[in-house]
Design a protein around this ligand. Sequence first.
Ligand SMILES: *Cc1c(COP(=O)(O)O)cnc(C)c1O
Length: 360
Amino acid sequence: MGHRIYNFAAGPAMLPEPVLEQLQAELRDCRGSGMSAMELPHRGALFKQIAVEAESDLRALLAVPDDYAVLFLHGGASSHFAAIPMNLAAGRSVAYVNGGYWSTKAIAAARAYAHVDIAADAAASDYRDIVPAAEWNVPADAVYVHYTANETIGGVEQPDTPAVEDVPLVSDMTSTLLSRPLEVGRYGLIYAGAQKNIGPAGLTVVIVRRDLLGEPMPATPPTFDYRRQDEAHSILNTPPTWAWYVAGLVFKWIAAEGGLAAMEAAARRKSALLYGAIDASDFYINRIAPRARSLTNVPFQLAEPALETEFLLAAADAGLKHLEGHRSVGGLRASFYNAMPEAGVAALVDFMRDFEQRHG
Ligand SMILES: *Cc1c(COP(=O)(O)O)cnc(C)c1O
């Protein structure tokens, strides 16, 4: 048996240990079929059962209202940066909040399909703080207003659902969905690439209020046509069957652990431990405005940046891996979604104290 490390990567991220064990146990024979879940025909009875179960488990976790479609699609969050304006905006005006790296990508993609107004931009804080919703300037004719709930690279998070009336909220929740309870009914559309907090890469979850789905733009590929995919139960073509299956096991694991309230409580304990250690020391620095600090992605620097390489090497030796910051910003970053055990963050904090003692 191989060993396991604590993987602090922003994504693909750790999966829950019990899920991995179940996958291993049934890799060659899923539910008595004599086939791996990877080998199941996507239109067969067993995959259908798996697909329906995963959707209803996700609906239960998030208490998704009945007038919302829950779609299991291809493409990653990045493809849906384009698919969302294709489906919802069709050449009309949309509003975007620029909160950092991923917002910028979403805005650039949307400009190809719709007129984009910038409702708010966190540039004044160098993207180290949020712009509170009260300061957003959303034009009344916007079809929707889009924001990135958690900027995974910057480590900046909108802590609550922004209070926006009249214009539907659209949110990239790739790195925060399932980290806490959520009032889905306050959103027009929520989407998330799976590889952070849901399951394997290759799957993208889209939750959308059905009355927002009009005629998509003419050139929209059918596989990215949300209305057609809703009618086809997300099986217009071969869906990412394995990722869908694994996501279903993750939903059951979350429910067994106590649901989203339990996920939030654990995330708060883990982040309090790490931010507490950083704030208690002059050796480590986190520059994010306290009200906007991410619950799951913590960028930090060493007061002595020359020690970074040694820090990363020594951490890896201790089984604490992928603590390097995103290539666009450098520095260090610890990401710890639902599947990261609290013991992993505790081990990181112990390591940081020890490293500081040796070098501080
Ligand atoms: C990781 C990430 C993305 C990119 O996701 P892909 O599935 O790789 O396209 C987009 N938005 C946020 C907030 C992310 O964390």
